[in-house]
Design a protein around this ligand. Structure first.
Ligand SMILES: Cc1cc2nc3c(=O)[nH]c(=O)nc-3n(C[C@H](O)[C@H](O)[C@H](O)COP(=O)(O)OP(=O)(O)OC[C@H]3O[C@@H](n4cnc5c(N)ncnc54)[C@H](O)[C@@H]3O)c2cc1C
Length: 317
């Protein structure tokens, strides 16, 4: 940790920490990033990921996610980012009204009944960013490196750790904030995904479903398809639960029979950091400005650019 004093130290190297660090560094601030685990071992690396506000309830979510949508749409044109614009359907087994943010997504159209899988009664078609998180986190790392910033492995024991020697500290520790802050209102919601060889699926499908037992989504990413999902409140273990992944496969195969017999390549587990309200605010601690940016639930990727830019504003431009 003995390094030249930086303007800002970002704690965390998931999508929130890396995006925040990119915004700060590209605005000319000298930045250090410290993290207990590097990008490839974070919950962010386990995410699907599709753009869309989900599993968060906070009025600021829509503007932050729409700001991020514009950035991701731009990144889809940049080779090597892992971001692609994919068309597909989000549908529900019960009648639903499309959320207000659908007014801003590309190619929006309400689905005709025959367009939806059996059992689904309402839904819409759109083109949204689908993000390969392995490639995307690596891209953010390269972009940071271009500003001379590397991720330093360091476990922060408390937010007044003297090693956090900078006038501004940004806390992007995800579920780690539960101990670090400490913040007991932050609840872990574990999620599983299954990655299979792509049997020829080009469109995404997402079940607009509040019941975790029914959750299903299908995200084509080139030669692979990411299948979700699960939402197990209070669970933190990162060992793959075979019963959960079998359930994901069965639900997705029922929705799209092309997936039947698809070769399973991997399973992933991550922890969504859930909070009633995302914590994005500046406080003072021991003469330093401490900015929290955590608690993004199931939408941390979708919110990442909007939240990072707000941190930049709180950090003084
Ligand atoms: C299965 C699954 C699917 C998902 N799908 C989507 C999706 O489709 N779209 C979407 O937008 N979102 C999705 N999410 C949600 C998204 O992954 C999270 O909201 C997001 O990853 C949170 O990012 P983060 O950077 O805040 O936290 P994390 O990725 O958990 O990163 C936290 C960082 O803080 C570090 N840290 C923690 N404690 C300390 C400490 N004491 N000292 C130093 N460092 C510390 C960690 O090591 C890590 O580097 C999904 C999540 C899961 C689990």
């Amino acid at each position: 940790m003995r390094k030249p004093r930086a303007d800002v130290i970002v704690v965390g190297a998931g999508v929130s920490g890396l995006t925040t660090a990119v915004c700060l560094a590209e605005a000319g601030r000298s930045v250090r990033v410290v993290a207990r685990k590097g990008p490839a071992e974070t919950s962010s690396a386990a995410a699907g990921a599709m753009w869309g506000p989900y599993m968060v309830s906070d009025a600021r979510v829509e503007p932050w996610s729409l700001e991020s949508l514009l950035v991701f749409e731009g990144l889809a044109d940049v080779p090597g980012t892992g971001v692609a614009l994919v068309s597909g359907i989000e549908a529900s087994r019960t009648p639903i009204v499309p959320p207000t943010w659908t007014a801003r997504v590309r190619d929006f159209a309400v689905c005709a009944p025959e367009e939806m899988p059996d059992g689904f009664v309402s839904g819409w078609r759109s083109t949204i960013p689908v993000i390969d998180m392995t490639l995307y986190l690596a891209y953010l790392g390269r972009r940071l490196a271009e500003s001379g910033v590397a991720v330093e492995e360091y476990r922060v024991r408390s937010l007044d750790d003297p090693a956090l020697d900078a006038p501004v500290v940004v806390n992007c520790s995800g579920i780690g904030a539960r101990q670090l802050v400490p913040d007991r209102s932050l609840v872990p919601i574990r999620g599983h995904l299954v990655v299979v060889a792509n049997p020829g699926i080009e469109e995404f499908f997402a079940d607009h479903e509040d019941n975790p037992a029914q959750m299903a989504y299908i995200l084509p990413q080139g030669e692979r398809v990411v299948l979700g999902g699960s939402a197990e409140r209070g669970k933190t273990g990162l060992t793959v639960d075979r019963a959960v992944t079998d359930g994901i496969l069965a639900r997705c195969q029922a929705i799209n029979p092309k997936l039947t017999g698809a070769r399973v390549l991997a399973s992933r587990v991550g922890i969504r950091p859930n909070r009633d309200r995302i914590r994005l605010e500046a406080t003072l601690m021991g003469g330093r400005r401490l900015i929290h940016n955590y608690g993004h639930g199931g939408s941390g990727v979708s919110l990442s650019w909007g939240c990072a830019r707000e941190v930049l504003a709180l950090a003084g431009g």
